[in-house]
Design a protein around this ligand. Structure first.
Ligand SMILES: [Zn+2]
Length: 250
């Protein structure tokens, strides 16, 4: 089911890690941001879009992790964009992404995984402002739709996932803090925040998400075990330990 969160912005959540597929109405049609996850999700999203009656004109991937690089033929053969760094990383790691997609969910069209190209300098059909930063993944971008009062945050500012540092790059604690500052600035223009995973935040909850992630990163910086309610699920303790080790190596 598509949930309208602002004028011309719709969200569909998957069961798989509460992933949010986002449709944004642009000048010529819809831009699909991070559509996912399983084949039945993608089909239902296509049904929902048919009912909406607005054609899909482009895709946008917030970052080059497999669950943000998916597509379905029913969305059409349209350009799919990412930041330049994100597009490069997606093509370098395409086979790995296909493998992880196949292992993680069923019915994903594997031949369409990761086919993204660099967004033109003027943003092309993607509305709003791209806020690229160095946290979580190479070429990660948030999309600020200031005129709709919405920030699409990718894998940042989730209420279900802890901040996940990029294990492949040094200096991630600093990078994460810088990214949170950048997103905080962007968030000051909005009242709705759509994370890649978890609940859409509104109003005071947006500020609370920023504060929670600042607190988490602050604890890592001090070499402490962050206390975070999002760690209650066992499967998150692995990434949490990896974050702490990464912070200690900095
Ligand atoms: Zn993700």
């Amino acid at each position: 089911m598509l949930n309208q969160v602002a004028d011309g912005v719709w969200v569909r959540q998957s069961e798989w890690v509460w992933s949010n597929a986002i449709a944004v109405r642009g000048e010529d049609g819809l831009i699909l941001v991070d559509p996912g996850i399983g084949g039945s999700d993608l089909n239902q999203l296509a049904d929902d879009l048919d009912r909406l009656g607005i054609p899909v004109v482009a895709g946008f991937s917030t970052h080059p992790h497999w669950d943000h690089l998916l597509w379905h033929s029913r969305f059409g053969d349209v350009p799919r964009y990412a930041t330049a760094a994100g597009a490069r990383a997606a093509s370098d790691a395409r086979e790995r992404g296909q493998r992880m997609a196949a292992e993680s969910a069923s019915g994903i069209p594997l031949e369409l995984v990761g086919l993204v190209t660099p967004l033109p300098a003027d943003g092309g059909p993607v509305p709003g402002e791209i806020a690229e930063h160095q946290a979580h993944a190479v070429g990660h971008a948030a999309v600020l739709l200031a005129d709709r009062g919405v920030l699409l945050a990718g894998d940042m500012l989730s209420d279900v996932l802890i901040p996940l540092l990029d294990p492949r790059r040094p200096g991630q604690v600093d990078a994460y803090e810088t990214a949170l500052d950048r997103l905080g600035e962007a968030a000051s223009h909005v009242d709705v925040l759509v994370p890649g995973h978890g609940a859409v935040a509104e109003g005071a909850e947006v500020t609370a998400r920023l504060a929670a992630d600042h607190a988490y990163i602050g604890a890592l910086r001090r070499g402490q075990e962050p206390v975070d309610a999002r760690l209650s699920q066992d499967w998150l303790s692995g990434p949490h330990r990896a974050n702490l080790e990464q912070a200690r190596r900095r």
